[in-house]
Design a protein around this ligand. Structure first.
Ligand code: HEC
Ligand code: HEC
Length: 451
C-alpha cells in the first residue's frame, strides 16, 4: 500500500539548529539522524509521491504530535472545570465594564472570529500594548502564560490586562464594586464562590497596589483584610474567566485527521495533498521545526531566543529575563494565597524559577495550532504572514545575535521557493474548526442595578 509520501531529496544540509543543553525538556532526538533514507532520487516527483515513505523518525514525530488531548487539569483553580464558573466567565469575557473607560473587554483583543486574537501587530485597548495578542484557543495547555511566561496560570494572569493602563485601565477595587453593584452578577458570583464580605460604601472608586499615586494611596488606606477580600474577588473573577477559556478548543485539524488515518494504517494522501505532505516531512524532518514546536501543542512550552529582527537597532524587550522575575513576585501565582494548590507541582516550579541572563530576549515557543488564522506573527507581530516567517527561518536575514549567552544558534535553512510553499501549506493544515462562535456570541444580558 502506498501510504506515505517522501520529502527526501539529494540536498544535504548542515544541521539546521544547534540547540544547547537547555532544551532537554523537548526530549530531543539526535537531529543528525532524521533524513537517512533517500529513496526518491531516480524517479519523477509524481512517482515519488506514490512510491516513497516517510523516514520512520519523521513519521513517529508527526504521529506523536496528534491529537491534542483535553487541557491538563489546573489544581490551582478549583473552579477550572466548573460549568457555572465557565458560563460566568463567558459573560465577563465580553463585558466592557471590566475596563476603566467601560469600552474595552477581553474580546476587544481576543476576538472569536479571529481565533481569539486581534489581527493587529500590537493590541489596542486604552493605549497600544507592548506585544502582540496570542490566541486563547487551546492556550489552557500552556504551563507559562504570555510571551515571557510572567504568569503561571490563566486565572492568575487576568488581573494584568484589567489593570494595565494600555489595555483595560481598570483595577481590582473597581472590579469588586462592579460585582457588588450588579445584582444579577453578584448572585451568579456568590452562587459559585460564596458571599463577598465587602460593602460597596467602604470601597473607594479605584484602588490598587501599583499604578498611579492616587490608586496606590487609596489602596494603602484600605485595611489589610479588605485588601485581601478585594484580591479574592479579583482571583475568583480570574478563575471564572479561566474556566471559560479552557473551553476554547481548536478541535481536530486536517493534520489530526491525517494522523488518525495513518496511525490506523490508512492512506494519508486522501487527506493531505502532496505539497502539504512535503511540508509535513520538512517540519518533522530536516527543517527541525519539531525541536521547539514539539508535541501535540506544537510547542515545547519553553523559552528560546530566535533573534527575530527588530526595526531600529537593538531589541529592548527582554522577554523571559523579566518574565521570570515577574512570575515569582506575582501575588496571584500558583504558590500564592489565592491559589488552590499552594504546594502543588506548579507552585514548586514557580518558586524555583531563576532569573537567568541567558533568558534575555527569549520568548515562549508559540503553539502552531490555528496558526493559519492568527496573523500577524511573533511576540511583536512583526511578520505579516507565514511566508515571512519561513523566509526568516530560511535566510535569518536581519537576525539579532546578542553575541553572548545566546541559547540557541540558528543556521539558515536555505529553503527554496517550493519548500517555503510546502511548509506554509502544511502549517495551514493545523487549524481545526475552532470553538463554536455562534454559541459564544449569545451572551446573556446582565442587569445593572443602580438602586
Ligand atoms: C488591549 C488588548 C488586550 C485585552 C483587552 C486583553 N488582552 Fe489578553 N493579551 C493581550 C496581549 C498583548 C497579550 C500578550 C501579553 C504579553 O505576552 O506580554 C495577552 C495575553 C493573554 C493571555 C496569555 C495567553 C498565552 O498564550 O499565554 C491570556 C490567557 C489572556 N491574554 C487573557 C485575557 C483576558 C481574560 C482578558 C480580559 C480580562 C484579556 N486577555 C484582555 C492583549 C489583550
Ligand atoms: C529554537 C526553537 C525554534 C525552532 C527550531 C523553530 N521555532 Fe518557530 N518559534 C520559536 C519561538 C521562540 C517563536 C516566537 C519568537 C518571538 O516571538 O520572538 C517562534 C515563532 C514561530 C511562528 C510564529 C507563530 C506565532 O503565532 O506568532 C511560526 C509560524 C513558527 N515559529 C514556525 C516555525 C517553523 C515552520 C520552524 C521550522 C522551519 C520553526 N518555527 C522552528 C521557536 C522555534
Amino acid at each position: 500500500m502506498n501510504v506515505y509520501f517522501s520529502i527526501s531529496n539529494n540536498r544535504k544540509r548542515p544541521v539546521g539548529w544547534v540547540i544547547l543543553a537547555v532544551l532537554f525538556a523537548v526530549g530531543c532526538e539526535d537531529p543528525g539522524q532524521g533524513t537517512a533514507t533517500n529513496v526518491a532520487t531516480e524517479i519523477t516527483p509524481s512517482q515519488r509521491e506514490e512510491n516513497a515513505t516517510f523516514d520512520p523518525a519523521v513519521l513517529r514525530r508527526a504521529l506523536t504530535s496528534s491529537p491534542l488531548p483535553e487541557p491538563p487539569s489546573d489544581a490551582t483553580n478549583q473552579y477550572a472545570d466548573d460549568p457555572h464558573a465557565a458560563e460566568l466567565g463567558r459573560s465577563l469575557f465580553f463585558d466592557p465594564r471590566l475596563s476603566g473607560n467601560g469600552e474595552v473587554s477581553c474580546a476587544t483583543c481576543h476576538q472569536p472570529d479571529l481565533w481569539f486574537t486581534d489581527g493587529l501587530k500590537k493590541s489596542k485597548g486604552l493605549g497600544t500594548a507592548d506585544r502582540h495578542a496570542p490566541t486563547l484557543v487551546d492556550a489552557a495547555h500552556h504551563r507559562w502564560f504570555n510571551w515571557d511566561g510572567r504568569s503561571d496560570s490563566m486565572w492568575g494572569h487576568t488581573i494584568r490586562p484589567i489593570e494595565n493602563p494600555l489595555e483595560m485601565g481598570g483595577d481590582r477595587t473597581m472590579l469588586a464594586r462592579l460585582v457588588l453593584e450588579d445584582l444579577t452578577l453578584k448572585n451568579r458570583y456568590q452562587a459559585i464562590f460564596g458571599a463577598i464580605p465587602l460593602s460597596i460604601s467602604d470601597l473607594p472608586a479605584t484602588a490598587r497596589p501599583g499604578g498611579d499615586s492616587d490608586s496606590v494611596e487609596a489602596w494603602e488606606r484600605l485595611a489589610p483584610i479588605d485588601q485581601d477580600r478585594i484580591n479574592r474577588v479579583a482571583a475568583n473573577i480570574g478563575k471564572s474567566l479561566a474556566a471559560f477559556q479552557r473551553t476554547l478548543q481548536g478541535g481536530l485539524s486536517r493534520f489530526d485527521r491525517w494522523a488518525a488515518v495513518v496511525a490506523e494504517g490508512g492512506d494519508g494522501g486522501s487527506i493531505l495533498n502532496a505539497s502539504e505532505l512535503r511540508g509535513l516531512g520538512l517540519f518533522f524532518g530536516e527543517a527541525e521545526c519539531w525541536e521547539c514546536h514539539s508535541g501535540p501543542l506544537l510547542s515545547d512550552g519553553e523559552f528560546h531566543n530566535i533573534g527575530i529582527p527588530v526595526a531600529d537597532g537593538l531589541p529592548t524587550d527582554s522577554g523571559r529575563y523579566e518574565g521570570s522575575l515577574l512570575v515569582r513576585e506575582d501575588a496571584f501565582n500558583a504558590a500564592g494565597r489565592y491559589s488552590d494548590d499552594v504546594d502543588g507541582r506548579q507552585a514548586i516550579l514557580s518558586r524555583g524559577v531563576k532569573r537567568d541572563p541567558e533568558a534575555w530576549g527569549a520568548f515562549r515557543t508559540p503553539t502552531l495550532r490555528g496558526v493559519g488564522r492568527t496573523a500577524p506573527y511573533m511576540h511583536d507581530g512583526s511578520m505579516p504572514d507565514l511566508e515571512s516567517v519561513l523566509h526568516f527561518y530560511s535566510t535569518l536575514e536581519g537576525a539579532v545575535q546578542l553575541g553572548h549567552h545566546q541559547e540557541s544558534v540558528l543556521t539558515p535553512l536555505d529553503l527554496d521557493v517550493g519548500e517555503i510553499e510546502d511548509l506554509a501549506a502544511f502549517l495551514r493544515t493545523l487549524t481545526g474548526p475552532g470553538p463554536q462562535i455562534e454559541a459564544l456570541e449569545s451572551v446573556p444580558e446582565m442587569e445593572s442595578s443602580s438602586s
